[in-house]
Design a protein around this ligand. Structure first.
Ligand code: NAD
Ligand code: UPG
Length: 442
């Protein structure tokens, strides 16, 4: 099939590459000239495990092309995916200017039947708006379909190639058939394509993200309670997660959810809800809990250093909002950096992939280290903000040698609390035994 993907960011690039990998002829369109030049010359623009190999193969075999021209991209395409940004507007609702801008341009370019697919996360009613924007100038037959994307960064290729489900919201049989053919290779393993009406598909995406965010905020509140009641959140997590009705996944407490999706999508659903005259109370609490959780480690740090962080030096492991990505959008580490710097502390950070992105954002506000151990030298404490695998089993001897004090504030519960205390560390984590600064650690 001939496919156009408009918007070649995270979702666009994964979508385009995976559809090319299953034998389709894909043209990706982006307004960012530099990005298109880079991709056309075989240079990948995001860090995503497993993607580069597929990308290079499909570029080489000419199933995957890039252009800045919307006309070039869509002229022969049967299906046009819109993988454009839907950032929060000033009031928190999803800003549809990119989607509706491209829809208007499509109306001016289209000359034959196409299926236009909203791949971006968009509020209920957007497909109707896209339809109206195209129909203003194009009078022929076409369909607008909602096909929300559920991939996670860091495991995006697997999520796309072996989806738990594919949701297709379509109002015409013709569009359902086209989409069904396109997705046939991905659902062979028995994972279903769920066909539904367009509005339900649009809401499914927000409901999925909001439910997952709710699980996380719930566990972060359980963690708060654990610290106050002397319980261990890891035990409670295991205890409840083994109940199939609850499920083991997305129960990990930490320093809040971040990334380009949960924060903006929960907020957008609350906004849509308000506009529909309904107060979505749970989600307001989910957002409040998350705001507080991002700075969960700060009072612990201040307590240890007797409220004086001026001139203190902190090593920070992890900047990306989660492991296996270089994405720093809404990364909890950035909030911690802000607070520490505001208090007059110095921060030296290390992240395996995200340092360039942070450097571009905050420049010399912090120092950057060449390795996870380099950033420890002379630091008063180590703070862990992202659970990269290489941080899980570090060389403790190197940590002890480099750190000024044997003090760790762990926002991701990477270590067994008892084992690390045995090594003589003052150790604070999330939802587990609270350390006492008065205790003498070795
Ligand atoms: N990132 C994820 O993990 C993820 C997962 C599922 C769904 N989503 C949703 O998918 C959508 C896209 O997210 P993303 O993370 O890929 O965004 P992104 O910001 O990484 O990429 C968007 C791309 O669109 C391009 N663009 C902007 N205006 C354009 C135009 N007029 N014509 C052509 N290209 C244009 C930008 O240059 C950029 O390359 C959002 O709605 C997001 O909520 C994201
Ligand atoms: O038990 C958990 C699981 C996740 N997180 C945090 O939650 C955030 C989001 O994590 P994750 O969902 O793995 O990453 P994303 O790539 O943002 O993926 C989410 O957002 C995408 C964009 O909408 C959706 O497509 C995915 O299905 C959805 O999982 C991160 O900050 C994680 O640290 C936790 O704190 N505890």
């Amino acid at each position: 099939m001939k496919i156009a993907v408009v918007g070649t960011g995270y979702v666009g690039l994964v979508t385009g590459t995976c559809f090319a990998e299953t034998g389709n002829d894909v043209t990706c369109v982006d307004i960012d000239k530099k990005k298109v030049e880079k991709l056309s010359s075989g240079q990948i623009t995001i860090y995503e495990p497993g993607l580069e190999k597929l990308f290079l193969r499909n570029v080489k075999e000419e199933r995957l092309r890039f252009t800045t021209s919307l006309y070039e991209g869509v002229k022969d395409a049967e299906i046009v995916f819109l993988a454009l940004p839907t950032p929060p507007g000033e009031d928190g609702s999803a800003d549809l200017k990119y989607i509706l801008g491209v829809a208007k341009d499509l109306g001016e370019l289209m000359t034959d039947y196409k299926v236009i697919v909203d791949k971006s996360t968009v509020p209920v009613g957007t497909a109707e708006k896209v339809y109206t924007a195209i129909a203003k100038t194009y009078v022929g037959d076409f369909d607008v379909v909602s096909n929300p994307e559920f991939l996670r960064e860091g495991v995006a290729v697997d999520d796309f190639m072996k989806p738990d489900r594919v949701v297709i919201g379509a109002s015409s049989e013709r569009a359902r058939k086209v989409m069904g053919e396109l997705y046939a290779p991905f659902v062979r393993s028995g994972n279903p394509v769920i066909y539904m009406d367009v509005r339900s598909a649009e809401l499914t995406k927000y409901a999925a993200n909001s439910f997952l965010a709710t699980k996380i905020s719930f566990m972060n509140e359980v963690a708060q309670l654990c610290e106050r009641l002397g319980a261990d959140v890891d035990m409670v997590r295991r205890g409840i997660g083994s109940d199939e009705r609850i499920g083991k996944r997305f129960l990990f407490p930490g320093i809040g959810y971040g990334g380009s999706c949960f924060p903006k999508d929960v907020q957008a659903l609350v906004k849509s809800s308000n506009e529909a005259g309904y107060d979505f109370q749970i989600l307001n609490a989910v957002m409040d809990v998350n705001e507080k959780q991002k700075l969960h480690l700060l009072p612990k740090i201040k307590r240890y250093f007797k409220d004086n962080l001026k001139g203190k030096r902190f090593a920070l492991w992890g900047l990306a909002f989660k492991p296996n990505t270089d994405d720093i959008r809404e990364a909890p580490a950035l909030y911690i950096i802000d607070e520490l710097v505001k208090e007059g502390a110095l921060v030296c950070a290390y992240d395996p992939e995200a340092m360039n992105n942070v450097r571009a954002l905050v420049g010399n506000k912090i120092e950057y280290a060449e390795s996870q151990y380099d950033c420890l030298y002379g630091a008063d404490a180590l703070i862990i903000a992202t659970e990269w695998n290489e941080f899980r089993t570090p060389n403790f001897l190197k940590i002890v040698t480099a750190l000024k004090n044997k003090v760790i504030f762990d926002g991701r519960n990477l270590f067994e609390a008892d084992a690390i205390k045995e090594l003589g560390f003052y150790y604070e984590s999330v939802g587990r035994a609270v350390a006492d600064p008065a205790d003498k650690h070795k």
